[in-house]
Design a protein around this ligand. Structure first.
Ligand SMILES: [Fe+2]
Length: 309
């Protein structure tokens, strides 16, 4: 677009997933934590947010847990434009101490969990293209802010996230106490596999019992128009009460609707389970989880090993 019109390249591309020069530049400099340059969102970015909200809202009313519905009201989540994280944080912080912190993309696993421990949620600021509302190969602001953040208004859920952060520190302590390099990597890989499976089947894809039947609290479900309904209604989904020994040994794949989901009774129940996970970790019960996906990313493993020094 010609300079004469006063429109920079960024205002045209905006902050679109896979095409956000401002974010890509930060990433190329190794900056994980950045500003949300709100003025860079394009009209198409806001339109994508508006369409996503409009489409999914009736399904939230029907399938989301009540804490989530209460959370979007408490945060005054806007439906007609992308939210400013500073506005969200103004309502969120007094409730649980949590804050959404803008990031340029991938954050290594240890850093991610350590931020949770500090009640900070690394938050993607880009948004999927307006013509690909169902296409979500990586998190975007709709997944992170509309899917995750409303639950951070609830004390027991927020405390459970902090407890995940404690688990990461426990994993580091365990690894630091293993003198043999090969065994340290083997055991840490097993612990991280168990931990990511647990996180996946709760925070990302969890179901919860409620007086009106089973409902969703996992952000992967709450940010997916198709899978939200599928997770509750489809006879092809197996739904079982969450058992730690099952979840830490259960592999999953990310490229299709989940065929197996686990149910907790409440967020207090979830907190107790994460508490128990940390105890299991200390007792060595995550040292030999079943092999299989997810494969632990080298950079995630490295982030834990670096924290041992
Ligand atoms: Fe997520």
């Amino acid at each position: 677009m010609p300079e004469a019109f006063g429109i920079t390249e960024e205002l045209v591309t905006g902050l679109t997933t896979g095409n956000a020069p401002f974010v890509e530049e930060a990433r190329s400099h190794g900056e994980s934590f950045i500003e949300q340059r709100y003025e860079l969102y394009s009209p198409a970015n806001h339109e994508a947010w508006r369409s996503l909200c409009e489409r999914i809202r009736p399904r939230w009313e029907r399938y989301a847990n009540t804490h989530f519905l209460h959370g979007i009201e408490t945060l005054h989540l806007p439906y007609d434009r992308i939210p400013r994280l500073s506005d969200i944080n103004r309502f969120l912080h007094p409730l649980t101490g949590f804050q959404a912190r803008p990031v340029s993309g991938y954050v290594p696993a240890f850093v991610f969990f350590d931020r949770l421990r500090q009640r900070q949620f690394p938050t993607t600021i880009t948004i999927r293209p307006a013509d690909k509302l169902d296409y979500l190969p990586e998190p975007d602001i709709f997944h992170d802010v509309a899917g995750h953040v409303p639950m951070h208004t609830e004390k027991a859920f927020a405390d459970a996230l902090v407890r995940f952060g404690d688990c990461a520190h426990t994993a580091v302590k365990i690894a630091a106490g293993i003198p043999d390099d090969e065994e340290r990597v083997r055991r840490l890989t097993s612990i991280l596999t168990g931990m990511s499976r647990f996180f996946w089947f709760t925070v990302e894809f969890g179901l919860m019992r409620s007086p009106r039947g089973v409902c969703a609290y996992g952000s992967g479900l709450l940010s997916s128009f198709g899978e939200l309904q599928h997770s509750i209604e489809s006879p092809q989904v197996g739904r079982y009460p969450l058992q730690i020994e099952w979840v830490i040994n259960q592999s999953f794949e990310i490229d299709h609707y989940q065929p197996l989901l686990f149910i907790v009774d409440s967020f207090e129940h979830l907190f107790d389970l994460v508490d128990e996970l940390e105890r299991w970790m200390r007792e060595g019960s995550l040292n030999n989880v079943a092999p299989g996906p997810p494969e632990i990313d080298e950079r995630d493993l490295r982030s834990f090993l670096d924290a041992t020094t």
